[in-house]
Design a protein around this ligand. Structure first.
Ligand SMILES: Nc1ncnc2c1ncn2[C@@H]1O[C@H](COP(=O)(O)OP(=O)(O)O)[C@@H](O)[C@H]1O
Ligand SMILES: [Mg+2]
Length: 271
């Protein structure tokens, strides 16, 4: 083991409302190249953990503890510094593409925002947008770019969200149940895409982003992730390499999650 800092180091992270912690002293490490699954039932604090890492907690949330990205502390920074860090650093793909995208703004104008923030020249934007859409498996770029989110299918919208996240060239991608709202077939396609984008399957020059993948489905995490962290009522109850946790879960809650997965059947291989 090297002593080099991990890409992301979360220490004793808590998120509270009215002094009640809904994320409770969570520790989390994500190394470059790792794909970490954060799993737990609904209400266990998964989304707020991701929101605290991405610095988008809702009003009224009090965040304490430490989130270090590439050694740099993110909790307690002033807003402007945080906004600068967010582009090129940590990108979030949320569950609900319909609300994450602005329904009144054309896809090309939404996709231009992270590109412009990254400093891509206006005249280069169109070509970059086409490349980004191609990288998330969307071919009909001209038509899609001129359209509005409501004119796209659920799967297309989720791919556009992924393209917007990739436009910032993140080192870490946070994906909060990115396929839950999709049909099973589309779900499998988007998961396969996520895997391709976060693994060095292609001999691409650039290091793919690491992944924090949030799910309530251990079977999906087993296919996509290298490690898993199990959250229950805001606390980490178990963590480890995904193969070890699946083979021998130590905590009864993890066993319950595993049994719930088995009873509804393991999904098809995603790639
Ligand atoms: N804005 C809020 N105000 C008060 N409580 C909240 C707010 N958002 C979430 N919570 C509570 O925090 C807990 C964790 O929520 P969340 O992180 O969304 O869970 P998960 O993503 O695991 O389903 C839940 O019990 C939820 O009721
Ligand atoms: Mg959630």
């Amino acid at each position: 083991m090297s002593n080099a800092p991990s890409l992301l180091e979360v220490d004793q992270l808590s998120v509270s409302f009215d002094n009640k912690a809904v994320v409770d002293r969570v520790d989390l490490r994500i190394d470059a190249g790792a794909r970490v699954g954060l799993i737990g039932e609904s209400g266990s604090g998964k989304s707020l953990t991701a929101a605290a890492i991405a610095d988008i907690t809702p009003p009224g949330a009090e965040v304490t503890g430490s989130v270090r990205h590439e050694g740099r502390e993110l909790v307690g920074l002033h807003n402007r510094a945080r906004h600068r860090l967010r582009s090129g650093g940590i990108a979030l793909v949320s569950q609900d593409a319909l609300t994450a995208l602005n329904p009144l703004v054309r896809v090309e104008d939404q996709l231009a925002i992270p590109l412009r923030r990254r400093g891509v020249a206006r005249r280069r934007c169109a070509a970059e947008q086409r490349d980004l859409l191609a990288s998330v498996g969307l071919d009909d770029a001209e038509r899609l770019l001129r359209g509005y989110p409501g004119q796209l299918s659920g799967g297309q919208r989720q791919r556009v969200l992924l393209a917007m996240a990739l436009a910032t060239q993140p080192s870490l991608l946070l994906a909060d149940e990115p396929t839950t709202a999709l049909d099973p077939t589309v779900q499998a396609e988007v998961l396969a895409l996520l895997r391709a984008l976060t693994t060095a399957e292609q001999p691409a020059a650039a290091q793919p982003p690491s992944l924090l993948f949030i799910s309530h489905d251990l079977a999906v995490v087993a296919q996509l992730c290298t490690h898993v962290v199990v959250l229950r009522a805001g606390r980490v109850v178990e963590r480890g390499p995904v193969s070890e946790i699946i083979a021998a879960p130590k905590h009864s809650y993890t066993r319950e999650l595993l049994e719930a997965t088995r009873s509804i059947g393991m999904p098809q291989e995603v790639s």
